[in-house]
Design a protein around this ligand. Structure first.
Ligand code: APR
Ligand code: PHB
Length: 399
């Protein structure tokens, strides 16, 4: 089988890229190792930047998002016995974010791809991507116990951090940068109505806590836990008690979350990772295949979207004019955007989490930084701009 663009991975990056290419009249094939149900039910992020919201609407995948998504104009920081709200539209010229789970984004994109897109093959485990520097890179995969080869004009690895496309970049060319954090997140989904209007990010000596949501009746909550934590060791009661203890900062005595059945419980590691370059000859990397951010800044999904918006525009330019200018600039412009998001995610993570080895001096520095965010409109604006994300204009984020 041959296609113009071979896409490996049917997460948000691969699916949105397939949509963008289809709308530009460029054929592609999406190869996804897992089955549809697995991909649609993996609990992941929930914050969509304005750029992501606009992109999903533009490709015809915004109808349910606009009906069920929740627009949020700010977040609340809780620290040092106080609470402070950071508003978004004021400092950012009206930009905000939308709460709409990544699982729902993936469902909407899969439904579209299956009704009016190119081939989306589930259960297709890609083993290798070869001939990156040849005229026709080849993708070898197994599906239904049969070995197959897909030849492409270009391959885009949207296969996440554990994917194989990165291996197509020669070791002499590949550079990786990584930081792991001395803590993880215990993430839960609960059938419990959020008692808060906006997301709460809490710095507490007991550790970080985040109160998010999926709907007026479903809460999405996270607790900082030590690396290697087994979710089995956390009963529902223990989770609710710890969340209340960490989130009650700056609230009236007795403040509590509404409780309800916890339906999913999982421990997520915290990692920063960047692969450079994001392209080698005819093979490109996008999304988690190229970079990982700790989830504190809610950047992972939005970075993946930004990568494929630029790639979609670049392939469209090639298709229409034969120019490879945007393709040739993809890695450099992408890495400028990626490193900005890496720094913001690192800043949010290290300011709000308590490293088990940190000193009391470190803790006072964190509290001083948080107090500055509460006192300085400039510091608050910097957080707001990074949180809502910058518009993507021909590959470069423009504030
Ligand atoms: N062959 C085929 N498919 C593969 C292979 C392979 N060898 N390896 C991985 N995949 C698939 C995975 O099953 C997954 O569905 O690639 C897909 C990668 O999707 P994501 O991990 O969701 O990555 P991405 O599309 O870049 O989206 C990034 O997802 O992981 C979150 O926090 C991250 O929110 C961010 C978003
Ligand atoms: C989520 O709702 O899953 C979420 C929200 C904000 C974050 C991280 C995760 O910073």
């Amino acid at each position: 089988m041959h296609t113009t663009i071979g896409i490996i991975g049917a997460g948000p990056a691969g699916l949105l890229l397939a949509r963008l290419l289809h709308r530009a009249g460029i054929d592609s094939v999406v190869l996804e190792a897992r089955d549809r149900s697995y991909v649609e039910h993996r609990q992941r992020a929930g914050i969509l930047e304005q750029t992501t919201v606009d992109a999903l609407r533009a490709v015809g995948a915004g109808e349910r998002m606009d009906r069920e998504g929740l627009v949020h104009d700010g977040i609340e920081l809780r620290f040092g016995g106080r609470a402070h709200r950071i508003g978004f539209p004021g400092p950012t010229g009206g930009r905000s974010v939308m709460l709409y789970a990544q699982t729902e984004v993936v469902k909407d994109l899969i439904a579209l791809q299956l009704t009016e897109g190119g081939p989306l093959l589930f259960g297709a485990q890609v083993h290798s991507v070869a001939q990156a520097d040849g005229a026709r890179p080849t993708v070898r995969y197994t599906r239904e116990s049969r070995e197959s080869t897909l030849t492409c004009d270009y391959v885009v690895g949207c296969d996440g951090f554990h994917g194989v496309t990165r291996n197509a970049i020669p070791a002499a060319v590949l550079r990786t940068y990584e930081r792991t954090y001395p803590y993880s997140w215990l993430g839960v989904l609960a059938e419990a109505p959020p008692v808060y209007e906006e997301l709460i990010y809490a710095h507490s000596e007991r550790g970080f806590a985040l109160a998010s949501m999926r709907s007026p009746s479903v809460s999405r909550l996270y607790l900082q836990v030590p690396n290697g934590t087994d979710p089995v060791d956390w009963s529902d009661a223990r989770i609710w008690d710890e969340l209340d203890a960490r989130l009650a900062i700056g609230r009236a005595p007795g403040w509590k979350l509404a409780r309800g059945p916890i339906t999913t419980k999982a421990v997520l590691p915290m990692r920063s990772h960047v692969t450079e370059p994001m392209r080698h000859e005819r093979v490109f990397l996008a999304g988690d295949a190229a970079h990982i951010v700790p989830p504190t800044g809610a950047k992972g999904l939005n970075l993946a979207v930004a990568d494929v918006l630029v790639l979609g525009e670049a392939f469209t330019e090639l298709h229409r004019t034969g120019s490879t200018a945007l393709l040739d600039a993809y890695s450099d412009t992408g890495l400028e955007r990626v490193w900005r998001a890496e720094h913001f995610s690192y800043f949010m993570t290290t300011t709000l989490h308590v490293d088990p080895d940190q000193s009391t001096f470190d803790t006072r520095l964190q509290l001083s930084q948080l107090a500055r965010l509460a006192a300085s409109p400039h510091a608050a604006a910097e957080l707001a701009h990074n949180y809502v994300g910058a518009p993507i204009g021909r590959g470069l984020p423009r504030d």
